[in-house]
Ligand binder design. Structure first.
Ligand code: PEP
Length: 250
């Protein structure tokens, strides 16, 4: 049985008070019987406190990034062991903003992915094509290349420790959403490739979630698609009511 997953990517938004308020409001609105895995990702300075506020709830706390090195002279960076020491056990890797603004290549992302899995972290790994790729009909090639350069290089993965987020770059923060059929087409393609690399059992059990301007009124159509197991939510995750509506759309 594949897990349904909804994760909020808060990015560089919210100060301490706003983060705490948002967690408080999500907790109030969330249906306790919900069996979807729910993640939020406050910024690094607030992770520790957020974990305490989420204790005993259905909400898990996800780190937005981690450095690919274990420790040492990397000013301003955060390591897996630091995250582990405050109780974080899941991390977002490969977001297009990290790829684009911080020049994170497939090689760097592979290192982050491999180290995180070795340390027992659950990884949300993002892949997705640019607008140009899509216009030039290269989206399948780009997705396949991203998979081959990263996830497919890992020898053995437990499907519970990996969630693939398909995030077409042209849909992130733009208000443009892939249509449910476009999302399904790519999700099915990812699942087929995963089956070829890791086997049918693995591919039937791995969660593949969609991200790109999902809003409360578009979520249920996208989530209704057979290979879409949930969403990675940016803008709409900053509003408790919208986020919980999206969670309830699964
Ligand atoms: C994201 O940044 O992962 C994302 C999906 O953002 P948005 O929902 O705002 O497009």
């Amino acid at each position: 049985m594949r897990k349904k997953v909804v994760a909020g990517n808060w990015k560089m938004n919210n100060d301490l008070i706003m983060s705490n308020d948002l967690i408080y409001s999500i907790k109030l609105k969330l249906n306790k019987d919900n069996d979807t895995d729910i993640f939020i990702s406050p910024s690094f300075p607030f992770l520790n406190e957020s974990i305490k506020h989420c204790k005993g709830t259905k909400i898990k706390v996800l780190a937005q990034n981690v450095n690919e090195n274990k420790s040492g002279a990397y000013t301003g960076e955060v390591s897996l062991s630091m995250l582990k020491s405050i109780g974080i056990d899941s991390v977002l890797i490969g977001h297009s903003e990290r790829r684009e603004y911080y020049h994170e290549t497939d090689d760097i992302l592979l290192k982050k992915l491999s180290n995180s899995l070795d340390e027992g972290f659950k990884v949300f790994f993002c892949i997705g094509e640019s607008l140009n790729d899509r216009k030039n009909d290269l989206h399948f090639d780009v997705i396949e290349k991203q998979l081959k350069n990263t996830i497919f290089k890992i020898e053995k993965i437990n499907h519970e420790n990996l969630i693939i987020a398909y995030e077409p770059v042209w849909a992130i923060g733009t208000g443009l959403t892939a249509s449910p059929d476009q999302a399904q087409e790519i999700h099915a393609f990812i699942r087929k490739n995963i089956a070829q690399r890791f086997g049918e059992n693995f591919s039937n059990n791995i969660s593949i979630i969609y991200g790109g301007s999902v809003k409360p009124d578009s979520a249920s159509d996208i989530f209704s698609k057979v290979d879409v197991d949930g969403g990675l939510i940016g803008g709409a995750s900053l509003n408790a009511q919208d986020f919980v509506k999206i969670v309830n759309s699964i």
